[in-house]
Design a protein around this ligand. Sequence first.
Ligand SMILES: NC(=O)c1ccc[n+]([C@@H]2O[C@H](COP(=O)([O-])OP(=O)(O)OC[C@H]3O[C@@H](n4cnc5c(N)ncnc54)[C@H](OP(=O)(O)O)[C@@H]3O)[C@@H](O)[C@H]2O)c1
Length: 258
Amino acid sequence: MSYALITGASKGIGKEIAMELADRGYELLLVARNSYELQQVKEEIQKKYAVSVDYLVVDLSEASAVERLFTWVLEKQIDLRILVNNAGYGLVGDFESYSFEEHQKMMQVNMNALVEACHRFFPMLSGKGQAYVLNIASSTAYQAIPLMSLYAASKVFVLNFSRGLFHEWKIKGISVTAVSPGATSTSFNDRANLRESARKAAQKVTMSPAAVAKMAVNGMFAKKPEVITGFVNQLGAFLAWIAPKSISEKIAKGIYEK
Ligand SMILES: NC(=O)c1ccc[n+]([C@@H]2O[C@H](COP(=O)([O-])OP(=O)(O)OC[C@H]3O[C@@H](n4cnc5c(N)ncnc54)[C@H](OP(=O)(O)O)[C@@H]3O)[C@@H](O)[C@H]2O)c1
């Protein structure tokens, strides 16, 4: 039996990735902080699919969290084939309006936990046939985003780290894919404190988490190093690449400060 471990699987994109993988017959290990939501997701999946689902309640902003997660998985003595590092969140607003501890927690979840999970789970993933790592980046990885500066920078990190690892690990039987969703209708905006005007601006191009998850999982199994979900987001990344930085950054600032 092949297992997939998914962080941030209690809702949003992570939950839909879990659904996609259950549909393909993978046994599931889910991770998040909210045990009630994890239990709901477990029941929903098991109503639809004949796969086993177990979950661990853990806060990935805590330094020892990934070690706990690794021990939990190790004790199960399972064949882990897929690691999905999806847990993550953003903070919108003036950089100095958040405490340094708040920023540090976000960096811990978005970057450190993801890196530690890749490192710790490598021996479990390698040497037993094809394995996959799916890291969730963001459309914010393609340019600096004033008023979301640290979040966007954390996703640049995820994207470049994942692309580098793709080349390192493909000869070791592990395919690494970075997925960059754009605006997606999840609870992300609430946690990020996104203002109403910015939500409205994003509404026209917002994708469903199910659509994002399908593209992410398809891209992962196709062994793509990078997937930008949807044409609008692909165009956005291209325009950010060719446009003068001063222009793209000014436009982004306008969206988040309104
Ligand atoms: N939605 C968008 O517009 C968008 C766009 C680009 C990229 N993304 C990225 O997509 C990924 C998923 O976000 P989403 O949109 O699905 O948001 P979401 O609905 O808020 O889901 C985030 C998931 O991460 C988990 N999580 C957050 N903090 C955690 C922590 N400290 N420890 C453990 N789990 C934690 C949450 O569970 P608990 O709250 O139960 O812990 C939840 O399952 C993130 O990496 C995000 O940066 C989202």
